[in-house]
Design a protein around this ligand. Structure first.
Ligand code: GLY
Length: 350
């Protein structure tokens, strides 16, 4: 069993391993628990009954998918809490992937001005990224994550056995976000292949140790935390451009690769280092994609919600695996910087 302490808001622990029965230690002060989950998770993942020993347990099952991370689902969760008399002493357990986690966390952040929640992620993407750091949000009128709060969980329980239930596409979704951590942390990170289960706990530990260190410095995304957006400006654009056919992690991995290729072209990265990033990208098994024109990049990047009030963008640049930095630049400079690497060129192998 591995444990990471996140020193934020009184502190909380991330438990990695076969630890789910430990949930009950966090329920001693609550009489009621609402488990928020979705139909897919319910069909394939079980929680040990002893985890909820002594608590009156309710379950809210949402429909799966990003489209259901919305105000209607949020409202239904609030109604379930209120109709069943949940008080500030009671808790939510978010049991699922990023969509469940974000929606449940936002309900916890706002019900009665905030109740505690425990996160039990079941996808690789949620295990290495979204279950930690307290970003809680739902989508609103086509705007992704526009209504939300920062609200740290009371504890995070990660059991990699749940990853056995993921198909390869969903696994790649997580590994794509994992490429971001490889680029941020460096060579010490070993991206585990679908079948390399024995490496998963180390990998998750490495990603979350890094993420915890960053969010401790900057919970509210004022500066340091923006480093976690490496590959995300282009990644979000790729996701949207594909009509969400390309998953978040697959898009982010392409975004990371495009940022690395741009650095190489700008003589900021050595040949040796770009080869490392290219090889890590190949290892994820994610298909390489590109934009069809610079105008396409501009269309999506201009409405990125990370754009500052002065219209500039905090780009995360990468010089080598483990050497990344935030650089504020105009949207035009950003587009110039990435254009050659991000626009699909049938005559190039990039
Ligand atoms: N997923 C990026 C962050 O939590 O800031």
């Amino acid at each position: 069993m591995r444990q990471i302490r996140v020193n934020l808001n009184g502190g909380y622990d991330i438990f990695i391993g076969d630890t789910l029965s430990g949930i009950k230690d966090f329920l001693t002060d609550s009489s009621k628990v609402l488990v928020v989950t979705d139909e897919n998770v319910l069909g394939c993942c079980k929680m040990p009954a002893e985890a909820f020993e002594g608590a009156e347990t309710f379950t809210f099952v949402m429909s799966p998918g990003e489209n259901n991370k919305n105000l209607d689902t949020y409202r239904e969760i609030l109604k379930t809490l209120a109709d069943n008399g949940f008080t500030r002493e009671d808790k939510i357990v978010a049991f699922g992937g990023g969509v469940v986690g974000d929606t449940a966390a936002f309900a916890a952040a706002t019900y009665l001005r905030g109740i505690k929640y425990i996160s039990v992620p079941t996808t690789l993407l949620a295990m290495i990224d979204s279950s930690v750091g307290g970003k809680a949000a739902v989508n609103f009128e086509g705007y992704k994550n526009y209504v939300g709060a920062f609200c740290q969980p009371q504890a995070v329980f990660i059991n990699t056995d749940y990853l056995d239930t993921l198909d390869e596409k969903e696994y790649r979704n997580g590994l794509g976000e994992g490429l971001k951590y490889y680029a941020l942390i460096g060579d010490s990170v070993d991206l585990p292949l679908y079948a390399e289960k024995e490496k998963l706990e180390d990998f998750i530990y490495d990603c979350l140790s890094y993420k915890s260190m960053i969010v401790e410095k900057d919970e509210k995304d004022s500066f340091e935390r923006k480093i976690l957006n490496l590959g995300h400006t282009l990644g979000h654009a790729i996701e949207e451009d594909s009509g969400y056919e390309i998953s978040h992690g697959e898009a982010v991995a392409n975004g990371v690769l495009m940022m690395a290729e741009s650095s190489f072209r700008a003589f900021r990265m050595s040949r040796n280092d770009i080869e490392k990033i290219r090889n890590a990208f190949i290892k994820t098994g994610i298909e390489k994609v590109g934009f069809s024109s610079v105008d396409d990049i501009r269309k999506y990047v201009s409405k990125d919600k990370k754009i500052a009030a002065d219209g500039d963008i905090d780009a995360v640049l990468i010089n080598a695996p483990g050497e990344c930095g935030i650089s504020r630049m105009s949207i035009d400079s950003f587009i110039d910087y990435v254009a050659e690497s991000a626009v699909y060129n049938p005559y190039s192998d990039n």
